[in-house]
Structure formats: structure tokens, C-alpha cells
Design a protein around this ligand. Sequence first.
Ligand code: PLP
Length: 399
Amino acid sequence: MSDPKKFIQLEDEHGAHNYHPLPVVLSSGEGAMVVDSAGRKYLDLLSAYSAMNFGHRHPRLIDAANQQLGKLTLTSRAFHNDQLGPFCAELAELAGMDAVLPMNTGAEAVETGIKTARKWGYERKGVPADQARIIAFDGNFHGRTTTIVSFSTDETARTNFGPFTPGFDLVPYGDLAATAAAITPDTVAVLVEPIQGEAGVVIPPKGWLAALRELCTENNVLLIADEIQSGLGRTGYTFACEHDGVRPDIYLLGKALGGGVVPLSAMVANRDVMDVYGPGQHGSTFGGNPLASAVGREVVAMMAEGTWQQRSRELGEHLAGALSKLDSSKVKELRVRGLWAGVELSANAPSARTVCERMADAGVLCKETHETTVRLAPPLVITEEQLDHAVAVLAKAME
Ligand SMILES: *Cc1c(COP(=O)(O)O)cnc(C)c1O
């Protein structure tokens, strides 16, 4: 059975219809290339929303996983394992912070950040019981749990999932005055994506993140940076916050942290914040498991070398240059940071979905976000030639 249609039909009949994928059925991959069930090759320009920053089956990551598979895969946190401690130490060092709390999915890392901020607020800041408030931003994407969709501004993500978790205030992304005005004595945290990925690679005004940092410090509010999509090399730095010289109180990481091999997420913070936790107060059966920790250690080691970030910066400049030559009458706005681009199409271009479908037909995979934006997030192993080819295919698809 290799006919792509059969696989799609099985998903249709027996799976939930909670996604709208392009009609491509992948069965293998290496580096920036993937191959479908009929043997057709594609260039991957999405990288599983940045979970595949290092490309498909990077040998170092597959080696790390294979070695650990031969030893120990899961212990639960009832016992220690010999990968978790080193993973925490190495990731903390990479982030320039003290401590790590490992989870699995990005949404769990965000939940961890929310719980941490609330507990910190009651125990360290003196917020009255059950009054803690967290500021988030219009257009945010932080995951899919009931609490997280409670402060989504995407009606599709929210409708009929109530009742919603209280305690969140929404303000326009990039609006400093509105953020300042939303802060109350009960505000414990500001939860921000340094760049809004799902919203279409939306880059905030210059200086806003740094001003947000100051605002949080002045008001004794934790700044939580959700770097689940923007972090680990995507924007040309380990953390997108570095573009603005900002150090948050809490980093939330996921996606690429698991090397595209296993789900692995983490909250990273300094001791004064992390130490709100005692035994039994938070956790996850799979969090910090030896297999994920071993892969995560290799990811951290790769990031610590600095070459990936540099590659992302250099290729990002190349990509920005190539994209700037697209037919400007079809492009409403072009947003590029590192190897991450949102091409917002104008009204006289085809829909983003149509563009992505045409690109897939021509052997280049990317995905629309909302109706009007094509998001490009190639794996950092991609070459300049492959980028040029992808942009040429994009240009043709926009005709
Ligand atoms: C993908 C993403 C999440 C959620 O991660 P999951 O692993 O899908 O739960 C949270 N925040 C941001 C910024 C993301 O891009």
C-alpha cells in the first residue's frame, strides 16, 4: 500500500478531523528533504513548525537516541536517571539560568509557566488567594489546553470549549501603553512570544520587548518568554529575546528541544522562581525521561557550539534578499527574522492555501497560517541553492 490517497482516506475515516493538512503523505526524510509514500521527493520548508530545526534524522540526534534506546527509556520521576541531571545542568547553562523543569509538549511548558507564576505571585509577591492575573497578547498562540485556549483570541480555537479559566488579561501585541495600563497589583506575569509564529511571524516594534522587560521589573511582574517556536536557532540566535537584549524571568522551550525525535519541553528559570515547587506540586510521568533527556542534551550541545545560530543568521539574510524580489504587487508585507519568514499576500495574490498547494505540487512543502500568510521555516541544514529553488517555486505559485 503506497498510494497516498489510501492513507488520506484512512485518516479521514478513522481519525479526528482536527487538522487540514496538505494532501501529501510522507514516509521518510533526511536533512531538508522528505519523501512521500509514492517515492516523490519534497523540500521541507516548514520543519514541523520549528520542531525540525536540525533537519530530518540529523545523525547526531539519531545517534544520541539510538544509544539511549539501548540502555534505558523511562523511569518516571519516582527514581532518578543518569540523563536528567546533566540535561538540566546543560540546558540551564545554555540559557544562562539556574534551573530546568522538564515536561513533554509545548502546551505543558506553558501550563508550567502559568502555574509557576501564580504560585510565585501568592508566595513571593503577596497576591491575595485566587486573585493572580497574567497578561497575554492578542493573536497569541501558546497551545491547546482548556486554560491556554481561555486566553486565545482565535475563535476557532475557543468556540464551545468553555467554561474558560479566569485570570488572564489580553492587550494588543506590541502596545506598551496598553500593557502598562493592564498591570494591577495582582498581576504576576506577562506571557509573551518574542515573535508571534502562528499569527504569521509577527515581529513586534523595535524596543518593545526591552520596554516590556523594564515594565515587568518595575512592577515586580515575571516576564515569561514563550520561545517554543522562536527559540533554539530559528531567528539566528539561541533565543529570539537576544535580538532585543532581553532576559526574561522564565523561558518556555519545546519543539526543537526534542530534536524532532521526541516530545521534550521545559521551563527554564532562576532558583528564586523555580523554588516555589516542592514535591508533589507539579510533574509529568514522561517529563525528564532518559530518552528525551539524552536527545535534549545533544540538542543543547549543538546549540552551544553557536554554528547553527550563525547559519540561521546567514541563510536568513539570503532568504530575506531572495524574498524581497518577489512581485511586490502580490506581497502586502514581508516579515523575516533569521531563517523564519511570513509572506503576507495582498488581495490580488491567490490565497495562502492555494499558494501552498501549488508549491506542494511543485515539490516544496510549506503551510499557510490564517488565510493570507505563507510561513517559511526551513530546517537550518538547508542550503542556499535549496532556498533559491524554494523561493522560485513560491514566486511561480503566487502568479
Ligand atoms: C507550538 C507552540 C506551542 C505549543 O506546543 P505543543 O507542543 O504543540 O503543545 C506553544 N507556544 C508556541 C509559541 C508554539 O509555537
